[in-house]
Ligand binder design. Structure first.
Ligand SMILES: Nc1nc2c(ncn2[C@@H]2O[C@H](COP(=O)(O)OP(=O)(O)OP(=O)(O)O)[C@@H](O)[C@H]2O)c(=O)[nH]1
Ligand SMILES: [Mg+2]
Length: 352
């Protein structure tokens, strides 16, 4: 899963990137440098399965964090064509936007508005260009599908012109298919990180309250962290980290909070495959059926899907192994329409 960390200059993007990844990139140097880190998603269930099965290898889910300086903060005055939006950002599954809530003279609501404006503007420029092109082609060729694509783009353009991101438009599956290739920024789920100062530890709720009415479940969610402290803590090992944060009155490290929030924002769950060579966590959207979910492991398994053999996590831990679960009648054979649940342990049978 790819998450792009973005925001206005000097909002603390690299600080939050360090807090999320445990890296130690330079902050406060106005360099606007981009960074990348692939982190493992901690999962106590996979630790436990690995302990029981003793596989050769244990593979955790991964998050690919990209820290990218893409926005100017000039809002509508900026020239969108000069906006530097790297492809990496367009290919992100979600965006984490960092808002400065730490400076004495910070203006979080205004900055959030500026950021939304730029995101909307960048999509608007792409849509306008494409509508022109597609309309001309549709006229020349009489291509009906092209004309319906134009209609979908117009629907989006209307919303954008009214300052509404694409993520907030109701779109059916056909319409979503038309938009897929464009990788619009304002269509991506947004995790807004309110980056507050050390002095606000304990009273950080005020920042969340400030944005309470802007939260849209599954589309745009908010979380508050103290970037500076979390960055220092992320450099420690896990045990010391939890202890130090508890002393400060911070319940869970940002590293964990950001992962958990990203999963819930995108409606993601994990299932596991366990075997002698490898115990492996796979990430899928909640509500995915067994056949489609098998595609996380390999497209061949999805294509040649025969059945899924499923054990729940609790049953596996209780009985300790696949044969023991079979004996206890805790081994379920499911068809392609079975909806995978969080924590399922699955063996796919397939034929290609
Ligand atoms: N007090 C305080 N300062 C912070 C916090 N987070 C970031 N800063 C400061 O804000 C400045 C910018 O931080 P960076 O993380 O470099 O910001 P950035 O968004 O990556 O900056 P650019 O990449 O140049 O756009 C630094 O001087 C940080 O120390 C925080 O939680 N508390
Ligand atoms: Mg930076």
């Amino acid at each position: 899963m790819k998450i792009g960390i973005i925001g206005l200059p000097q909002s603390g993007k690299t600080t939050v990137f360090n807090a999320a990844s445990g890296k130690a990139e330079a902050v406060g140097d106005y360099s606007k440098a981009s960074h990348r880190a692939i982190i493992k998603v901690p999962d106590a269930r996979l630790d436990k399965l690995s302990e029981l099965v003793q596989p050769k290898k244990t593979t955790f889910a991964e998050i690919d964090y990209l820290d990218i300086a893409a926005f100017s903060g000039k809002g509508k005055q900026s020239d969108a064509s000069s906006m530097n939006i790297p492809d990496d950002l367009r290919y992100s599954d979600a965006l984490m936007v960092v808002i400065n809530c730490f400076a004495d003279d910070c203006t979080p609501e205004r900055n959030f508005g500026l950021f939304l404006d730029e995101m909307i503007l960048s999509d608007q420029v792409i849509i306008e260009r494409n509508i022109d092109k597609k309309e001309r082609t549709a006229k020349l060729t009489g291509d009906k599908s092209m004309a319906s694509e134009v209609a979908v783009l117009r629907k989006c353009l209307d919303a954008l012109e009214n300052e509404k991101p694409i993520s907030e438009i109701e779109l059916n599956n056909d319409e979503l298919r038309v938009l897929k290739g464009f990788k619009f920024l304002s269509q991506k789920p947004l995790l807004v990180v309110l980056n507050y100062s050390e002095g606000d530890i304990g009273s950080e709720q005020k920042w969340l309250d400030m944005f309470k009415d802007k939260e849209i479940s599954g589309i745009r969610e908010f979380v508050s962290i103290c970037g500076n402290i979390e960055m220092e803590m992320a450099a420690l090992d896990a045990e010391d980290r939890t202890e130090f944060l508890a002393d400060l009155g911070i319940e869970r490290p940002a590293m964990e909070v950001l992962i958990q929030k990203s999963y819930s924002l995108m409606g993601l769950i994990s299932y596991f495959t366990v075997g002698e060579p490898d115990a492996h966590a796979w990430t899928i959207k909640s509500g995915t059926n067994a056949r489609k979910g098998a595609g996380a492991v390999h497209s061949d398994i999805e294509r040649g899907f025969i059945r899924a053999e499923v054990i729940t996590y609790d049953d596996f831990v209780e009985h300790g192994s696949t044969p023991a679960c079979k004996e206890a009648g805790k081994y379920h054979v499911e068809g392609k329409e079975y909806l995978i649940r969080d924590g399922d342990i699955i063996l796919f049978r397939f034929n290609v």
